[in-house]
Design a protein around this ligand. Structure first.
Ligand code: GLY
Length: 422
């Protein structure tokens, strides 16, 4: 159990102690000035909590899946009882099918397999869609899970084919001078965003599966993009920029431009930092490249230095206003990324145990009634996520936070949870 002084407020008032992990885990966090919400007692997630979140997910996802497949849940503000939905081209379209695959993975029930297939099928043509760089989220997530879980050989082949096409479509955005995959034009500026850390590793995954020269090309583009992110997006203290523009003719880095954080140069958008941690963890898992281990551990360390275990941050890690909107989705993404990183690291390294302990404490909070919709009509699962502050400071549920919460709970349980209560 991790004892935390102070329920809500600045991390400067907190002291983390992790009994059982030795004195090395006692961390005064007095240099942190990030607004966080912390439970009175921080405790690692239990199997009972995992079961109860999946029960909640079963109820909410069954209701949301009654719509026509193709009209994808996106999010619902705190007091709403219906989802806002998007078509297959929305960047979030892959998360709902991803949640359905995770339900099938956990329950092995045919009804979830049917739903997961039904909601994955309309996304397969998105493999050729050139209007978004988010094909890793849209096509990669449901097809990767489908490749692992689908029992039918022909359907698995269809998923592999779609994922390979999505990787080739994404690779069309490659610029060899910048050595990056273009995210989008922002204003008239050629830009890359840190979120792309969750799209590029799909090229490595596909490249490994395809092999041959076509596979090698995709793999090298994915790796080169991640190296550019590691070089250009991580500040010396381990924090990250959200959006950087480049000159596409010379490859010159022009510098940070406004994105979703509070300040493009000095602050750290919480979800952007989370995408970096999870993306570098994925790149390390796929390649074993120490450069990605270094990038993942430096970005993770910055997060853990600023967000005490079991606490949920504001939408930007430079925000010290205790009433600022939270972004619980960022913490769910971090928990998933840390567990992936710990799995990919040599378990004899003590650091992997610290990462797991942090992730389990995060999940202990996120799976508690205060952070889920157990007692509300909201159609999602994880409360107090934000889309894009300050443009929209309202909190709600969003499919990406729900997906990464279920993903992280699955990873935590697969890695073994102590049965004890909390
Ligand atoms: N990739 C967009 C976001 O995280 O808001």
């Amino acid at each position: 159990m991790i004892a935390v002084r102070g329920a809500i407020g600045l991390a400067a008032t907190l002291l983390m102690v992790v009994p059982g992990a030795g004195a090395a885990m006692a961390q005064p966090v007095d240099r942190v000035a990030t607004a966080v919400s912390c439970p009175a007692t921080v405790a690692e997630v239990t199997p009972a909590q995992v079961a109860s979140v999946f029960m909640l997910a079963s109820r909410k996802l069954s209701a949301a899946a009654r719509a026509e497949p193709g009209s994808y849940p996106f999010g619902a503000l705190g007091g709403a009882s219906d989802y806002q939905r998007t078509g297959p081209t929305g960047w979030t379209s892959g998360f709902f099918p991803g949640e359905l695959w995770l339900m099938f993975e956990r329950t092995k029930q045919a009804r979830w397999l049917d739903q997961a297939r039904a909601w994955t099928t309309p996304l397969l043509p998105m493999a050729n869609y050139r209007g978004s760089h988010d094909l890793g989220f849209m096509v990669g997530i449901p097809t990767s899970l489908g490749l692992a879980l689908e029992p039918g050989r022909a359907t698995r082949a269809a998923y592999a084919g779609a994922q390979a096409r999505a990787a080739r479509t994404l690779a069309r955005r490659w610029n060899g001078r910048v050595r990056a995959i273009k995210s989008a034009d922002y204003g008239n500026r050629w830009g890359v965003i840190v979120d792309s850390a969750m799209n590029a590793p799909m090229l490595v995954e596909v490249g490994d599966r395809l092999q041959g020269s076509a596979g090698a090309r995709l793999r090298s583009i994915g790796i080169a993009h991640m190296r550019t992110l590691a070089r250009d997006f991580i500040r010396p203290d381990g924090s990250t920029y959200h959006r950087i523009s480049y000159d596409p003719r010379t490859g010159r880095r022009l510098g940070p431009i406004p994105g979703q954080g509070y300040d493009p140069r000095t602050s750290t958008w919480a979800r952007g930092q989370a995408w970096a941690i999870a993306g570098f963890a994925w790149a390390y898992e796929r390649t074993g490249d120490p450069q990605f281990l270094d990038a993942a551990t430096r970005t993770a360390q910055f997060w853990m230095d600023h967000v005490p275990a079991g606490c949920v941050p504001a939408w930007d890690l430079a925000i010290d206003n205790p009433r600022a909107p939270r972004d619980s989705s960022a913490l769910a993404i971090v928990a998933s990324g840390l567990l992936r990183l710990a799995d990919a690291m040599d378990d004899r390294q003590p650091a992997s145990q610290d990462l797991r302990a942090y992730a389990r404490a995060a999940l202990g909070t996120l799976a508690s009634p205060a952070w889920t919709t157990a007692s509300s009509a909201n159609p999602g699962i994880l409360r107090r996520q934000t889309l894009s502050v300050p443009a929209d400071p309202r909190e709600g549920t969003y499919v990406w936070g729900d997906y990464y919460l279920l993903d992280a709970l699955t990873r935590a349980q697969l890695a073994g949870l102590p049965a004890g209560g909390a």
